[in-house]
Design a protein around this ligand. Structure first.
Ligand code: AMP
Length: 558
């Protein structure tokens, strides 16, 4: 099928802001997709991989811009300038094709399959020369593309489709295409997606096997599902009030993992579904020795403790283990992991997501073949509290042990992948907000491309008499806030590099955050975790911003 057919669908999706209309357009497309249904379900959202697959193409926006230049003979500066004007590299690509100075003699009609497999193939290149091969592959595709085809190919590559098609729209479209679109059918499709994490499987099963097939889909080994997310509780009392049969567990500050086990085959996935098995030979070895199960999916928080102080080391430090490609064994010895296990989603052939937590943890505890405190696999510290006092004191213990707080879980609840449904609540101390200076900003992308966002923040070092950066605030701003920030920051622009503007440091904002971490990215040596905009401090000048010493002290105290 020609890629042009897909472009027509994209254009129609783009032309309406109504979610209902988008759903209908997609439902029709799915019915007509024939053997390309799996590709259609992915490409409809501009995705090339299922959510559980590693989806890193290894292609940056600038690399793509380079490929556009190579394919069209248009100067990179011109492409940059279009990109900067529209905030959309896809539009820049369409312009470049429109104005191209070089054309291939025989240009092929682009097929959906060709675009799909070529782009997926980009992820597979490894080692030296892989960047060049990626640029060449993209340039070859673009050489055969019409302007509107190039627009969507490039948006797909850079992951910015902007068609307003989210997971919910795909779910509704499948429910409409192959069932009656009722709430009940939609819920069935949603459940199938939660347990498979793969719309290709869901859409094909819906079409080929109907409701029975769909309902039979479940969690499978080596196909990671999303993590269940926690909602926030004010304090311990608030959490206990919300949950009738509570199980309290320490909230560990580490890396959330799912460990899949089948006989001797063990694989470790992160919360973002990345496969990090090779990086953690110590976890694999410990699972072999300390877990008795034919097959299982175990969920755990992995923490590295400082050998002398016994405190958890900052995540940033520990994440070196995730990125490292060499000396993995040495690093494992230097930073040995402790695996605090807390859930069981699959056991000896049986998916357990619909089983109550009480039974899941009981079975989980039965899999650990030791009760040694120095072993790698540890059941997460937990308590079924008899009183609020007991719960409060358990919370104090968690903080005393250097952990983040508590997770309060509902013993009667199933496992709900990817959702904040209130089956677990987190309780942790709030950090005091900081007043920080905005020193740099970036123009946003897409619909918001006229607005400055992505603020780089700094505190004031009174001793050195200079500003020191403590991180970046990426999101969480409303349109009204973005507009106001832009109006305040634009007059302060000192210089522009691409889409980044360096600012005279005059605007101070209040910033809330969850934690301060050590960081090598910012010159203060610290970074705020999950910073949120708390309001303007028009009453403060940069020299009244929070001091570096305060950031240091808060870091020590947390
Ligand atoms: P947050 O990231 O602040 O939304 O808090 C939820 C995160 O706490 C989860 O994603 C886990 O990575 C982590 N966590 C730590 N300890 C536990 C535990 N005992 N049970 C569940 N999640 C935990």
């Amino acid at each position: 099928m020609e890629y042009r057919r897909l472009v027509e669908i994209y254009d129609r999706l783009d032309a309406t802001s109504s979610t209902l209309e988008k759903t209908d357009i997609l439902a029709d497309a799915f019915v007509d997709a024939g053997e390309l249904l799996p590709e259609f379900t992915q490409l409809a959202r501009g995705r090339l991989f299922a959510s559980w697959e590693n989806d890193d193409l290894g292609v940056s926006s600038s690399l793509t811009a380079q490929a556009i230049a190579n394919a069209t003979g248009i100067d990179s500066d011109q492409i940059e300038s279009w990109w900067r004007e529209t905030g959309d590299l896809g539009d820049a690509a369409a312009n470049a094709i429109e104005n191209r100075t070089q054309t291939t003699l025989v240009s092929d009609t682009l097929e959906i399959q060709t675009v799909y497999t070529t782009l997926r193939g980009l992820a597979e290149y490894e080692g030296s020369g892989s960047q060049k091969r990626r640029i060449d592959d993209i340039a070859n595709l673009l050489a055969d593309a019409q302007p509107d085809e190039a627009r969507y190919i490039v948006r797909t590559i850079v992951g910015a489709m902007r068609l307003g098609v989210g997971e919910g729209t795909i779910r509704d479209a499948i429910a409409t295409a192959f069932f009656d679109g009722s709430d009940e059918a939609t819920r069935a499709v949603e459940r199938a997606y939660e347990v498979t994490n793969d719309f290709q499987i869901v859409s094909e099963t819906a079409r080929e096997q109907g409701r029975d097939g769909l309902d039979a889909l479940d969690v499978e080994l080596f196909r990671p599902v999303k993590a269940m997310l926690a909602q926030k509780a004010e304090d311990v009392a608030d959490a206990l009030e919300a949950i009738e049969q509570p199980l309290l567990e320490y909230k560990y500050d580490g890396m959330r993992t799912k460990i899949h086990i089948k006989g001797d085959e063990i694989r470790v996935f992160t919360r973002r579904l990345e496969d990090v098995t090779t990086q953690f030979p110590d976890i694999v070895a410990a699972v072999h020795e300390e877990i008795d199960a034919e097959s299982a999916i175990i969920e755990a928080e992995v923490v590295v403790y400082h050998p002398e102080t016994g405190s958890p080391i900052p995540f940033q430090e520990f994440s070196k283990r995730i990125k490292r490609k060499n000396d993995i064994e040495e690093l494992a010895e230097e930073y040995p992991a402790t695996v605090h296990v807390f859930d069981l989603l699959y056991h000896d052939g049986e998916p357990l997501v619909d089983t109550p937590l009480s039974e899941r943890v009981e079975r989980l505890e039965g899999l650990i073949n030791h009760d040694g405190e120095t072993k790698t696999i540890q059941r997460a510290e937990n308590l079924r509290p008899a009183s609020i006092e007991q719960a409060e004191s358990f919370y104090a213990d968690a903080l005393e042990a250097g952990q983040e707080g508590l997770i309060v879980k509902n013993l009667n609840a199933p496992y709900q992948p990817g959702s904040r449904v209130g089956y677990m609540l987190k309780v942790k101390p709030m950090m005091e907000p900081l007043d920080l200076v905005v020193v740099q900003a970036k123009w946003s992308e897409g619909r918001k491309s006229d607005w400055l966002g992505r603020l780089r923040l700094a505190c004031w070092d009174a001793e050195r008499e200079e500003l020191r950066e403590v991180g970046r605030m990426f999101s969480g701003l409303t349109d009204a806030e973005l507009r106001e920030i832009t109006a305040k920051l634009e007059p302060l622009i000192q210089s522009v590099d691409g889409r980044t503007a360096k600012l005279r440091p005059e605007v101070v904002i209040e910033v809330e955050y969850e934690e301060i971490q050590e960081s090598t990215t910012y010159d203060s040596g610290y970074a705020l975790r999950f910073p949120r905009f708390g309001g303007f401090r028009d009453d403060l000048g940069p020299e009244n911003a929070d001091r570096f010493e305060r950031v240091e002290r808060l870091y020590e105290e947390q």
